[in-house]
Unconditional design. Structure first.
Ligand code: SAM
Ligand code: SF4
Length: 453
């Protein structure tokens, strides 16, 4: 699926596009017409300032048309930093010498409760790879512990490349999205970054989503760790991977994550010649938005508040908030911290991020209804492409935000948030939905929970 020579030739052919060529591509993109590989390559090489601004604007417009004001909220939960792999960029790699930690079920329950107290309903479960310490049974038990003991309603799982058999078990226990970053699609860089390890098998890693679909999982989340290889190569590969999945399974990525390489214990950013600049990073996100308009784009707290705010305006649809990347990182008291997987750049609390979004006119959404109502895989994509999803998601986002305000809001949030949800409810065009929504907001204020369309 990933042909290095082909992709490199497309990058070369796309260098130095003319003003007219870019205008034609922008026109196509703004009508949401599928772009060719060469067109995507050209967009990444566009150099005229006004045209670059236009790329950002169209990405923002597409995001607005498809997602409205909604921004989905989640948090990562690290349950073990045992790892048999030696990924050069990662603080958890086996050569890093520190006391390893894996949470027991009681501690996982405690973490879930802490996350619930922050208002989260959706998690990304993060686990290092260690067949001995954290076999699939441990992951399954942990998922069950979280679902049984908290109001967390969707657990997306970011575990190592797994077998069909293990993926079936994950599917059966009811995970949300199966997330796995390819890290880099460049086979040579992949081998260099993953020396002598289970993860070092490029093809096994690349074919993970084929196994996931075979196992019955319908929502898969791809991603690249930007900074390991040429970003243009990575973006084109992501798009080609998505096309491959769409063609073969009728459904591509549910989400794409765009983590950027950060400083971690035992590595120096100076050793990475492909680090992407802020401008390049913005181009990556906006071009991905134009190339795959319906795919969720996830941005983590690896990025600064300023970068996150700017990219939410131009394509990002999901953000993590209040994140900790150390094992057992969510607690009330200050405890001796376990090592972080990497450094974070946005350390604001969930409440601060939520308020910030509201003040900018966005609806922070704690909704998990689609997954629970079986709107996954191609059924979700069909709804998204027809625009019908907005009719469901917008009221659901407003209701879950109302829950958040009532359960976790401080004085400022109460005042700011409740006015905001009523204002937004008024903008719903479908009168039946609007009426039901306003009724439900009242019910939530009076104590009812978990209402959704
Ligand atoms: N261990 C599993 C794996 O590697 O697929 C689970 C996910 S790992 C805990 C989460 C992700 O963190 C990795 O896939 C990698 O892309 C990212 N990561 C590792 N080191 C990083 C760094 N220094 N900066 C930013 N992201 C990093
Ligand atoms: Fe282990 Fe994942 Fe870190 Fe690699 S990225 S060292 S597999 S935790």
């Amino acid at each position: 699926m990933i042909d290095k020579n082909y992709i490199n030739s497309i990058i070369k052919d796309g260098e130095n596009p003319t003003h007219e060529e870019i205008q034609i591509i922008l026109d196509k993109a703004s009508k949401r017409i599928k772009l060719s590989h060469l067109e995507i390559s050209m967009l990444m090489s566009a150099h005229e300032e006004t045209q670059v601004k236009e790329i950002y604007n169209i990405a923002g417009k597409i995001k607005q048309e498809i997602y409205g004001e909604r921004v989905v909220m989640f948090a990562p939960l690290y349950i073990s930093n045992y790892c048999v792999n030696n990924c050069k960029y990662c603080g958890f790699r086996r050569d890093n010498n520190f006391p390893r930690k894996k949470l027991n079920q009681e501690e996982i329950k405690e973490q879930a409760i802490q996350l619930e107290k922050l208002g989260h309903k959706r998690l990304a479960l993060e686990v290092g790879e260690s067949p001995k310490e954290t076999p699939i049974e441990y992951v399954l038990e942990s998922i069950k512990t979280i679902y049984d003991n908290s109001s967390i309603r969707r657990i997306n799982v970011n575990v190592a490349a797994a077998s069909v058999e293990d993926l079936k078990k994950l599917h059966d226990i009811g995970i949300g999205t199966y997330i796995l970053f390819q890290e880099t699609y460049d086979v040579d860089a992949f081998k260099e970054m993953h020396p002598a390890s289970i993860k070092g098998n490029y093809n096994y890693h690349l074919n993970s989503f084929d196994r996931a679909f075979e196992a019955g999982i319908e929502d898969v989340g791809g991603g690249v760790l930007f900074g390991l290889a040429d970003y243009k190569f990575e973006v084109l590969s992501l798009i080609i991977h998505n096309e491959y999945l769409e063609e073969k399974y009728g459904c591509g990525f549910h989400t794409i994550s765009v983590p950027r390489l950060k400083k971690a214990e035992g590595m120096s950013l100076e050793d990475y010649p492909h680090i992407v600049t802020d401008e390049e990073f913005k181009r990556i996100v906006t071009v991905v938005r134009l190339a795959v308009p319906y795919v969720g784009i996830i941005l983590s707290t690896r990025e600064t508040k300023e970068m996150r705010e700017e990219l939410i305006d131009h394509g990002v649809s999901q953000v993590s908030a209040g994140s900790k990347t150390d094992v057992g990182g969510y607690h009330d008291e200050i405890e001796e911290a376990a090592p972080d997987q990497f450094e974070l750049s946005d350390e604001r609390s969930v409440m601060e991020v939520t308020k910030g979004l509201i003040k900018s006119g966005y609806i922070p959404s704690y909704c998990t209804a689609c997954y629970r109502k079986g709107r996954t895989g191609d059924r979700f994509m069909k709804l998204a492409k027809s625009g019908e999803i907005g009719l469901i998601c917008e009221p659901n986002a407003i209701m879950t935000l109302t829950e958040y305000i009532m359960d976790y809001g401080d004085k400022e949030m109460m005042a700011l948030g409740l006015e905001f949800v009523y204002e937004h409810a008024e903008t719903i065009k479908n009168q039946t939905v609007k009426g039901k929504l306003k009724e439900n907001i009242k019910k939530i204020i009076n104590g009812e929970r978990d209402l959704f369309f």
